[in-house]
Structures are given as C-alpha cells and as structure tokens.
Design a protein around this ligand. Structure first.
Ligand SMILES: [Zn+2]
Length: 362
C-alpha cells in the first residue's frame, strides 16, 4: 500500500514537473471593445505569450489560441455597435481556445488582424493576444474628433494661462477622467472580479453630480465603457486623448480617478498624486486627500509627487486620485457599495470646493 502510494506520487510529481517546465499559457481575462469607427477588438490577457492561427469559414473567423481558457470567463459576447459582427464565442479545447467571430458578411483577409502585445511593466499589463475585426461607417450620432497621429503628444503651450482659481467653485470648468475603459479594464477585485474601469465610471458620474450641485461645469473624458482615443491606441495616445478633453474645454481643473492595486492584499488606503506643473497642484491634491480621509477609518497613504502622464501633460491644476485598493477585500466591498461610492464622490467634490474656497479672494 505504502509502496504503491509512493510510486503514484512519484509519477504525479514527474508529471507536474513536466507540465510546469512547459508552462502552457492560460487566458486569464478577456475584454471586448468597439472603437468609434466600429472596429471590434478582442483582448485576451495571457500568463505567457500565446500563438494564434486563424482560418476563414463562410461567415466566420476562427482563431485558435494555444492558451487554456480560465473556466470562469464568459464564453459569449454580443457587441452592440459593431455592424458586421453577430457574436463572439469562446470554445475551450483542451490546452487551446477557439475564438469564433460570427459575421453578418463574408470576411476577407484584409479585414481582420491578430497580434500579440508584450508584457507592459510600466502600466502593469500582462502579455495579451489581440484580434481586430473590421468595422463599418461610423455612427452619425457619435462623431469623435479626428486626431492626427502626427499630433505632438505634448503641447507646452500658453493654454494653461487660461485657467482660473479665484472666485469660488461656481462656474469653474472641471474635467473628470474615469480611469481606464473599453479594452483597458485596469485592475480588478479579487472577490467579485469587478474591473477598475467599472468602478471609476460610476464614482466619477457621482462626482460630476455633486460638483454641478455646487455650481461647477463638468466635462467627462468618457461617460460609458469605452477607450477615449480608440481600442488600437498606444498608451500615450489614449492618455493624451484624456488630457485633450480637459484642454479643449479650457478646463480650470483636471482630475483623473483610479483605484489602486497591490500584490500585498492587506495594503489599503487613499493616496492622491500631483505633478507640480502649476503652483496649485499640490494644494488640489491635499484638499481632496483631506476630505477622503473623512470617509471612514481608512489608511492615509498621503499626497504624493508623481510623473503620471495626465498630471504632467495637462496645463491646468489637477490631481490623480487612487481611491482605495481593489486588491484589499474590505475596500473592494466598500468600492462596490453604492452608498460608499457616493461618500467617496462627495468627499472629492468637497475637496475641490475647499480648494476654490481657499482662493476666494484671489
Ligand atoms: Zn488605474
């Protein structure tokens, strides 16, 4: 009996050793996005680089990815705004995954592409396998601004001299940027799996409401689950598109709202980041952080200097707020609670009001 068990466990270990050595890639997350020109993008996050091969059937693009699908991933997606795509079906097949894109029309080889993205250590994004499928004529009701790729990513212009900090919050033009969106989900909760992009948005909409009640004029970089530039943007294009919303609306303040993450699940708390490109940024961050700390018994990680793109390349005062940690169980629970979302939103709006109150007299 003992001998037998020993033999079995030896075999098991040999088997485990062999499979570990090969480290077959797994698909851990799948996100979908439809760009303003209605191209569908499927982004599969993988544990290591995966190979893809594709074939056409009559009205179907079939991509075989050599990565095992996490069983918790939803296997059906029906896009709303992609005119030629009916649905996407994910079929696990052993250590591979078949992605079936069912089309309303016949597809040609120039109308889709597949490619891999390397691990992005700066933005903490894993290796990704991407499928793009052609769109159609842009919807008339949605006319995103054409952005030339030749446009310089940063305009150190005099536009910034246009902002105002005096006279109270009433009439101030404030742009809110709900972090991530569309093909970029941001971080995610460990209990519910909720994406950062789906929490930054409702909180930002609540901040908008509270700021408007105080008399401010609020602009949003996004009001739905979309990429602001488009699903095929580089990180700089995407972030600059958010800055552009603030610049184009001649904003007096620009706030980007995010949720933090850590490999250490016991880490939690609020932090607010600034880049001192105006003399007001640090004060904006401090006012917001002070109000956030009143929302409960939560850690104060402080007001911090940072080189975040959106802070650095916008010309008006602003801050980037990391509203607690989605990787902390207690904070994930708070962040997914409507009542607490309101509490955070009110604190941010109060912080902005405080800042302008401090400059009432000029
Ligand atoms: Zn974020």
């Amino acid at each position: 009996m003992l001998k037998k068990i020993f033999l079995i466990s030896c075999c098991l270990m040999a088997f485990l050793g062999a499979s570990l050595a090969q480290a077959a890639p797994r698909i851990t997350k799948v996100a979908y996005g439809v760009s303003p020109d209605r191209q569908l993008r499927v982004v599969m996050e993988t544990t290591s680089p995966a190979r893809m091969s594709s074939e056409f059937l009559e009205r179907e693009l079939r991509v075989t990815v050599n990565a095992k699908l996490n069983p918790r991933i939803n296997k059906l997606y029906v896009p709303k705004n992609a005119p030629y795509v009916n649905k996407v079906i994910l079929e696990p097949q052993g250590s591979e995954t078949i992605v079936r894109v069912l089309m309303k029309k016949k597809l040609s080889s120039s109308e889709y592409k597949t490619f891999n993205l390397k691990r992005d250590t700066v933005n903490k994004r894993p290796t990704r396998s991407v499928i793009d499928v052609v769109g159609g004529p842009a919807k008339k009701t949605f006319t995103p601004k054409k952005r030339s790729t030749e446009r310089k990513p940063w305009r150190p212009s005099t536009a910034g001299s246009g902002y105002s900090v005096v006279g109270g919050i009433s009439g101030k033009r404030i742009t809110l940027d709900p972090g991530h969106g569309g093909t970029d989900p941001g971080t995610h909760g460990l209990v519910t799996g909720v994406y950062e992009k789906n929490i930054t948005l409702p909180i930002s909409m609540k901040v908008k409401k509270y700021l408007e009640e105080k008399g401010a004029i609020v602009y949003m970089t996004r009001t739905t689950d979309v990429d602001v530039y488009g699903p095929d943007a580089t990180d700089v294009q995407e972030l600059q598109a958010r800055v552009d919303v603030a610049e184009d609306n001649k904003s007096d303040m620009f706030l980007s709202l995010h949720i933090n993450a850590s490999v250490n699940t016991s880490v939690g708390g609020y932090s607010t980041y600034y880049h001192p490109k105006t003399k007001y940024d640090i004060q904006v961050a401090q006012c917001i952080q002070d109000e956030l700390l009143k929302t409960g018994n939560l850690e104060d990680l402080g007001v911090r200097y940072a080189n975040f793109y959106v802070n650095k390349h916008s010309t008006m005062p602003g801050a980037l707020v990391e509203m607690l940690f989605l990787t902390n169980r207690r904070e994930e629970k708070l962040l997914t609670n409507n009542w607490f979302q309101n509490k955070i939103a009110r604190a941010i709006a109060d912080g902005v009001e405080d800042f302008y109150n401090q400059h009432r007299g000029g």
